[in-house]
Design a protein. Structure first.
Length: 73
């Protein structure tokens, strides 16, 4: 039986189905949508209007992937 996943050395945020490229960043950071968005603490919000900020997905560098890689469809 063959392994359906590529070797661990090839698994990263950049080729994971949950990794989404952040175009406004210049450090190759990805947005990880593996889990539900996390609610921001009030001191981290950019605006005081609670209707505009509900949560966010964490940004991560491709080499610091979470280890829960999923193949792209």
């Amino acid at each position: 039986m063959t392994d359906p996943f590529p070797p661990l050395t090839e698994q990263s945020c950049s080729n994971c189905r949950y990794g989404i490229q952040l175009h406004k960043r210049h450090d190759d950071a990805m947005r990880c949508a593996r889990h539900a968005p996390q609610v921001l603490a009030s001191e981290c919000r950019r605006t005081e209007d609670p209707a505009t900020v509900w949560g966010h997905w964490p940004a991560t560098l491709p080499e610091l992937w979470c280890g829960e890689w999923g193949p792209q469809k």
